[in-house]
Design a protein around this ligand. Structure first.
Ligand SMILES: Nc1ncnc2c1ncn2[C@@H]1O[C@H](COP(=O)(O)OP(=O)(O)O)[C@@H](O)[C@H]1O
Length: 176
């Protein structure tokens, strides 16, 4: 068991992953591993996906880049995909879910349009990322969280903070 847990926050773009991950990091003292930013900073891309209108992550290079940090524990990772991370890296996986109309508005205000907008809304309608998480991790560690309102955001933060405290207590109990 790691002294501090690793948490994965996943979901369709716009569901609130980076906002929640940053707040979890501030509240629980875990380090935020911002996969999209790390990929940009280190140019870990291999081409362009015209359906989603975004650069394609070079997953192997990203995994190499963050492996040492992940082995340390105490990390919160957010990304809009989850099947390529080693299963052993995460103690718990949260999948954020947002109603279509709200997600649509968030993505439009982010400048998404056309196929990129449609593909992302469909991704949420078909619960693609939730299924991916359930297929990639032990289903008992995968939790769906609503992310529609600021109340949802607060509840999710509270839930995750409680879980982190519980994890730390369990580690202390084992060490004693
Ligand atoms: N639960 C929520 N309630 C209201 N607005 C939210 C919520 N979660 C995220 N948002 C807003 O939606 C937008 C997208 O959030 P962001 O964290 O960037 O999503 P992601 O990282 O999943 O792409 C931001 O403007 C953010 O403030």
């Amino acid at each position: 068991m790691r002294t501090l847990p690793n948490i994965l926050i996943t979901g369709t773009p716009g569901t609130g992953k980076s906002t929640l991950a940053q707040q979890v990091s501030e509240g629980s003292g875990l380090d935020w591993v911002d996969v999209s930013q790390i990929a940009k900073d280190n140019k870990l891309f291999e081409g362009f996906d015209s359906d989603y209108g975004c650069h394609v992550l070079n997953e192997e290079r990203l995994l190499d880049e963050i492996e040492d940090q992940m082995e340390e524990g105490g990390k919160v990772v957010d990304y809009h995909g989850c099947d390529f991370f080693p299963q052993r890296w995460f103690d718990i996986v949260f999948v954020l879910r947002t109603d279509n109309t709200r997600l649509y508005d968030r993505l439009v205000s982010r400048g998404y349009s056309g196929k990129k907008l449609e593909e992302n809304i469909q991704c949420e309608i078909f619960q693609t990322i939730l299924d991916e998480a359930r297929d990639s991790y032990e289903p008992s560690i995968v939790f769906e969280l609503p992310s529609n309102t600021s109340d949802d955001m607060e509840n999710n933060l509270e839930k995750i903070a409680q879980w982190v405290e519980q994890y730390k207590n369990n580690v202390n109990a084992i060490e004693m």
